[in-house]
Design a protein around this ligand. Sequence first.
Ligand SMILES: C[S@@+](CC[C@H](N)C(=O)[O-])C[C@H]1O[C@@H](n2cnc3c(N)ncnc32)[C@H](O)[C@@H]1O
Length: 257
Amino acid sequence: MRPRPRESTVYAGSLISRLPDQAQPAALWLRSVTGWGSRRRTSNQPSDPEPFNAQHERAAIIRALIERARVTCAIETGTFHGVTTEYLATIVNSVVSVEVDPFYYSVAAERLSEATNVTLHLGDSRTVIHALSIQPSFTDQVTLFYLDAHWGDDLPLADELTMIGASWSRAIVVIDDFEVPGDSGYGFDNYGPGVRLDRTILPPLAKWRGAYPSIASEQETGSRRGWVVLTSPELSHVLEQPGLAAPWALSPPETCA
Ligand SMILES: C[S@@+](CC[C@H](N)C(=O)[O-])C[C@H]1O[C@@H](n2cnc3c(N)ncnc32)[C@H](O)[C@@H]1O
């Protein structure tokens, strides 16, 4: 997704900016608790009406990965309007998606009310992934994770990946809003040191591999957000495919003592 404003921003022209200076901190707090006055709640129309930020090249690569690995289940963090959720439900057997914001949860629930193979959760992505990670009916499946629950200073990404790495042996993980080194045309989330979506944020999962898109950002459509795909050891072979650059290891090679 495109860069999101921090919750502490006061937009010129917003209701909050018209309040006296002394009243603005309280109004910002009220907005963060209730959503009042926040731009992102004013519409239930998705900003990107197509899945994966309307990035067609990315969508084609993910579809190829799903087919090649025979993915049966998709788990998405950050449902938002449910656009990507809805698409995933057409290409895998079952989809689980988690959204922390009650407003977006309700928008997605309405959109997906007739999708019988979709389960939506209202809550924090870490809590839901943990709950799924102790159920063999989930961890035994070949699973595509679409990690997109980053929207501000709280980045659940490292915790999400650590749980996935510990419990799923056949997983493909796609992370949205991730830096693509060498191609600044792909946007990525950068909220400062430690909250920047780049390779340094990834836990050193043993024998996992990662790959960036090899397609230049100018050839991509839609929001042109950067991304990365990671695979568990059993599925590392699927990274050898058109559209992906040379894979690399998430952990340093093991050395003999
Ligand atoms: C970029 S949007 C997701 C877009 C969606 N995946 C799509 O492709 O259309 C990010 C969403 O993550 C949600 N979110 C942020 N932090 C979260 C968390 N810790 N757990 C679950 N959802 C979270 C936000 O409320 C927001 O709706």
